[in-house]
Design a protein around this ligand. Structure first.
Ligand SMILES: [Fe+2]
Length: 367
């Protein structure tokens, strides 16, 4: 990628493609100290107040800079590298971390260990990269007193509070408003599919685990989706198309959203899965279409619940698991309440937290 000049016009050259850069686009990016606040990188002027009729009187390339005199009397020296980096439409920091497909054969995934100054460390950067690769990460030795999970979440970004509170206690209790608060097994599911937007990342922190059973289970929804697409394209297609109503009701609130079980992004690539078959309601469709939908959902459920895709492990006290609730499904095996206590605390954060931290650490360590 290159910048070229021709008769006071600036061109962006990428391979055989050559396009003129709009003078206004360059004018918006003037960076002298009277135009740009160095700390925040926010403009000190409002470009919507400028005359649209901006042109270039003189342009010059010297080493790594593009020097421009605009027709409104403003001069600027722009870093060429910064200009070219803007021509990549994708978020290079996050998108450059390729998702790794995994199933029950997943082995030797790195666990991280909580330590002093953890949140601003190189270790935290590695942790976040691993999180984006696999969709989950486990951190050992995280302090487990005084609801420390909230401090943990707020040190990466900000807790995403829900109607379950800032954090929630996962243990069996009388008169529960969700099956999570019983000792029953929980099949693989995503949390809160009825919420808009769905919380992105769930943190689960083990405080106590004195029971047999109660293993945590994880399934990679990304792997299952990709396999379904290959093996059963018709099932894949209908599950990406049919929008289903997810609803949560208790005495305080009715939460509802209407979305497909497999959601794709604007490039028709994997974006998000939602799966919680105790609270999804498909609309009335043609019988043939519903026939296909029910077969597809059954197949999807069989895949999510099959041993082929599931990993199981026991969280020990002070273990904190961070998992992508848009990508992974989680569950647990049942346990016996008479034996002792199984007590986890959970909370959510959103992608702005993990992404913001990751970009910051990349900048800090010059990576
Ligand atoms: Fe859950």
């Amino acid at each position: 990628m290159k910048i070229e000049l021709e008769q006071n016009k600036v061109f962006f050259k990428n391979g055989s493609e050559k396009k003129e850069i709009h003078p206004f686009w360059l004018r918006e990016r003037v960076n002298g100290e009277e135009y740009l606040d160095k700390g925040t990188q926010q403009r000190l002027f409002d470009p919507t107040f400028l005359n649209n009729d901006i042109s270039i009187n003189k342009a010059n390339i010297s080493e790594n800079f593009l020097e421009i005199n605009f027709n409104d009397g403003v001069n600027s020296k722009l870093e060429i590298e910064k200009i070219t980096s803007e021509f990549s439409k994708e978020d290079v920091v996050i998108k450059s971390i390729e998702k790794q497909k995994w199933d029950s054969s997943l082995k030797n995934i790195k666990n991280f260990k909580f330590q002093e100054n953890f949140y601003d460390s190189r270790e935290m950067y590695e942790l976040l990269v691993s999180f984006y690769k696999y969709g989950f990460v486990i951190i050992k030795d995280v302090p487990s007193t005084k609801n420390y999970i909230v401090d943990f979440a707020n040190s990466i970004g900000s807790v995403r509070r829900t109607n379950f509170g800032e954090y929630f206690d996962v243990k069996s209790k009388p008169d529960p408003n969700d099956l999570a608060y019983t000792s029953l097994a929980l099949a693989p599911h995503t949390d809160n599919p009825y919420r808009n937007p769905v919380p992105c990342i769930q943190l689960l922190h083990c405080i106590e685990s004195k029971v047999t059973g109660g293993l945590s289970t994880l399934v990679d929804g990304f792997t299952v989706t990709e396999d379904l697409k290959k093996e059963n394209p018709d099932f894949y297609k209908i599950l990406t198309e049919v929008k289903v109503r997810f609803r949560f009701i208790d005495k305080e609130v009715i939460l509802e959203t209407i979305c497909p079980l497999i959601e794709l992004d604007e490039n028709n690539s994997f974006k998000q899965v939602r799966f919680s078959p105790r609270l999804d309601y498909v609309p009335i469709l043609d019988k043939e279409k519903l026939d296909l939908y029910y077969q597809a959902r059954k197949k999807l459920s069989e895949m999510y619940n099959s041993e082929k895709y599931r990993i199981e492990f026991k969280l020990k006290p002070k273990d904190l698991m961070m998992m992508d609730n848009h990508r992974l499904l989680h569950g647990r095996t049942s346990y016996e309440t008479k034996e002792g206590e199984r007590y986890l605390q959970g909370c959510y954060i959103d992608y702005d937290s993990s992404e913001g931290k990751l970009r910051h650490l990349k900048r800090k360590f010059n990576l």
